[in-house]
Every structure is written in C-alpha cells, then in structure tokens.
Design a protein around this ligand. Structure first.
Ligand SMILES: Cc1cc2nc3c(=O)[nH]c(=O)nc-3n(C[C@H](O)[C@H](O)[C@H](O)COP(=O)(O)OP(=O)(O)OC[C@H]3O[C@@H](n4cnc5c(N)ncnc54)[C@H](O)[C@@H]3O)c2cc1C
Length: 408
C-alpha cells in the first residue's frame, strides 16, 4: 500500500512522481517499457518548461537554443521568419537527460520505479478505484491511482472515463547525423501537400545533427489514404535537401498525440488522469511537454492535500480537475482544440494547404505574433481583412460547405 500509484513515465508521469515524492508522499511508478528513456518525450519547448523542470538554459539538459524559427512551404518555398524578440526563447531539450533527471529526483525522495510493468486495469472496490493490476497478475493498492499512461490509457479506459471523440495527431521522427551546412540556431516548420493536415519539422541539434519529424491529423480515412506514408515524406525531404542528402538515420521513433482538447471528465473517486490521457496537450501544435509538466505539478499538490486530509472521494479528487480547468493553459488547450476540430472538418472537403500558402505569402512575423499574443490593434485587423479577403471568403465558403456536407 502506497499513497499513490502512477502508470507511465512520460513527462506527465515523471513530473507527477518527482513532485509527489518531493511533497513527502510514498509512491510507486509502473512503466511497461524497460526504462523511462525508451519512449519519446518531445523536445521543443519555451522558458516555461525549463522553469517547471527547474533547470538552467545553459545546463546539460538543454540540447540547443534557437534564435529564430522559420515557417516554410515545401511546395513553393514561401516563408515567414520569426525571431526570439517576437516569440521568446525556444529550446531543444535533451529528452533522455531530462527524463533521467526527473526519475533520479523522484527516487532521491523515495519513489519506487518498477519497469517492464504493464498496467492492465484499475482495481475497483465498491465502485471506487483502489489501485492497479499489472504484469502477469501483480497488484499495487493505493488510495490514489494516476493514469499518465498516454493517449491509449488503460487506466482511463478501465476506470470508465469517456472520450467523446478523439482527434489524434500521428507523429514520426528521425534523428539524423552526418548532415552538412546546418545553421544550428534556426529551427524550421514546413507545410506542404505531402505533409497533409499537420507539419514537418527540422530541429538542429548541432551543425551536423538534426531531428526531422512529421505530425499529421487525419481529417478522414479517404484523405489520409491519398497522402504518402509519413516515413516517405521524411525520406523525400532528406533526398531533396543538400544538408540532409548524405545524412544517416541514427534513431527512429514516433507516437500519437490527442489534439481535440481536454476530455470532459478526468477525475473520480481514487483516480486522476494526467497528460495525453486527459487530452492536456496544446492542440494546434501538438506540444505536450510543458502542459504535462504543468498538470503533473498541479496534481502532485492536490495529491499532498488528499493525503493530509485522508480524503480521496470524487469531490476531493475533482478539486485538481477544477483548478486545472481554470488555468490559462487549460483555457488555451480548450480554445485551440475547438480550432483544430474546425480545421479538420474544413480539411475534409477543402484544401487547407492552399490557405496556409496564402498565409505564408502575405503575413509578416510581427503581425503573426500580435495575433498570437492577442495584442493586434484595429488597424492591423483592418489591413488583414483587406489583404486576406480572398482567403477569408475561401475558408468561409469551404467551412460552410463542410458544415453542410457533414451536417454538423
Ligand atoms: C513525434 C512527436 C514529437 C513531439 N514533439 C514535441 C515537442 O517538440 N514539444 C512538445 O511539447 N511536445 C511534443 N510532442 C508531444 C509530447 O511528446 C506528448 O504530448 C507527451 O509526451 C505526453 O506525455 P505523457 O506523459 O502524457 O504521455 P507519453 O509520453 O505517451 O507517456 C506515457 C508513458 O506511459 C507508458 N505506458 C503506456 N501504457 C502503459 C501501461 N498500460 N502500463 C504502464 N505504462 C504504460 C508508455 O510506455 C510511456 O512511457 C511530440 C509527440 C510526438 C509523437
């Protein structure tokens, strides 16, 4: 019997574990893989993630820092350059070192990690979750069970949480070595017909090493089947760019990220979800590292309260859900989740890449930033409206068509 059992050692599970142990709780962490670094954690983050992780930008946990980010069309080459004065700092985490750091900090505070331990279901007593079954029939009993076991969470499914409709982004990544003439201070995001509804990214690790990835949301099975496989899109990028033509693929991995917003309910008596399992991911970009850290820290604070009050009732656990939903990050996830649904519906019947091309051609970085930060004035909106009238009309008509055809 421990205070809490956590399923999963992604960023959500590791952050929850570290902070719960830091609060003095007795916890057990179960991970189906052989070690925490076997799974992908995600890597491009801003200052906020470093603050949550309590690491310095100059420390060994940071693999690289970018001074600008370029958004580019693979089809036409039109692009937009955003520098750090507009978007703030962007860092590439050293994923493995960051995961090890969180595990070591949790262990130093007494957390127990059991690897090769796949959770099969939660245990319920009188309808209340009281631990998990794992491996070949082992159990861990705890008054609080945390499902940080990713997009296809067993904890979520067996505890009875429902996902109204999951909009998933499928991601695939190569780590490349032996590249040439890479500017290590510039990260790239690409859109294009082959990419589909999503983006391809190129994050340099050094002058000769980059991470090349692609994330794509299927708007419909038919649309998905028309697109080339994601691996082929990455290989084509490598072939057609001098910098990566002769590079070697040194690692391949991937995963799935929910991008339709937070699920309606993610707590109940004795159980709480954290991270991808609860849809706590920035919907438009599919960024989950910072949002998982944020949720894990908040959950740990509430776990400490529950232990102190010896109250793991549905009402008590729900206080985590309530505080989480009132946070700014949760608000952003919900809003961008709605946007993502609209975009995917639009994409079923129209060409979102054509719209993205117009944006890349017309929009400058300063205006883009004003729109993201919500600081754009009336004159900016007026100018945009006239510049983008053809696009607004095109998207508006396309969206109406999507609504008419899908009946939603
Ligand atoms: C290709 C790709 C690139 C990405 N890049 C970025 C990025 O640059 N920046 C960013 O912010 N985000 C990025 N993300 C998103 C980010 O990686 C995820 O949102 C984040 O990892 C979610 O964390 P999590 O802890 O909730 O789940 P996961 O990272 O999925 O971790 C879940 C853990 O649970 C374990 N598990 C699963 N089932 C069980 C079970 N039954 N029993 C025990 N253990 C189990 C898994 O092995 C895994 O270790 C990327 C995602 C992908 C796919």
């Amino acid at each position: 019997m421990t205070d809490a059992v956590i399923a999963g050692t992604g960023p959500a599970g590791l952050m929850s574990a570290w902070r719960m142990a830091d609060h003095g709780l007795d916890i057990t962490v179960l991970e189906k893989r052989a070690k925490e670094t076997d799974s992908l954690m995600g890597e491009l983050v801003t200052d906020k993630a470093l603050r949550f992780l309590r690491v310095q930008p100059t420390s060994e946990y940071i693999g690289n820092k970018y001074t600008s980010i370029v958004g580019e069309s693979l089809d036409t080459g039109s692009n937009i350059v955003v520098d750090r004065s507009l978007l703030g700092n962007s860092y590439l985490l050293d994923e493995d070192k960051c995961q090890e750091l969180m595990r070591e900090r949790a262990e130093a505070d007494g957390a127990e990690f059991r690897f090769n331990s796949r959770v099969s279901s939660v245990i319920k007593e009188n309808g209340i979750v009281s631990g998990v079954k794992y491996g070949g029939g082992d159990t861990v009993k705890a008054p609080l069970t945390v499902g940080a076991d990713g997009s296809f969470s067993r904890v979520s499914e067996t505890a009875g949480f429902t996902h109204p409709k999951w909009l998933l982004s499928y991601g695939y990544r190569f780590k490349l070595a032996g590249c040439k003439n890479i500017d290590p201070k510039v990260a790239y995001f690409y859109v294009g017909k082959d990419v589909g509804l999503g983006y391809l990214w190129m994050y340099p690790r050094s002058e000769t090493e980059v991470n090349l990835g692609i994330g794509r949301v299927p708007s419909s099975v038919e649309e998905w089947n028309k697109l080339p496989p994601m691996k082929d899109v990455l290989r084509k990028y490598m072939r057609t760019h001098d910098e990566t033509k002769d590079a070697k693929i040194v690692a391949v991995n991937g995963g799935v990220v929910p991008c339709a917003g937070i699920i309606p309910r993610f707590t109940d008596a004795g159980v709480a979800l954290c991270g991808n399992s609860a849809g706590q991911v920035s919907s438009i970009v599919g960024g989950g590292v910072t949002t998982c850290f944020h949720a894990g820290i908040m959950l740990a604070k509430h776990a400490k309260r529950m232990v102190d009050e010896d109250d793991f009732s549905a009402k008590s656990v729900k206080k985590y859900e309530k505080e989480y939903l009132s946070s700014k990050l949760a608000y952003n996830i919900t809003q961008t989740g709605k946007g993502m649904w609209a975009v995917s519906k639009y994409a079923m019947f129209n060409d979102p890449i054509a719209a993205a091309e117009i944006v890349l051609d017309e929009l400058d970085a300063k205006t883009l930033n004003e729109l993201i930060q919500g600081t754009a004035g009336v004159s900016t909106y007026m100018a945009l409206f006239s510049n983008f009238l053809p696009m607004v009309l095109k998207i508006g008509m396309g969206y109406m068509k999507a609504i008419a055809v899908s009946g939603l």
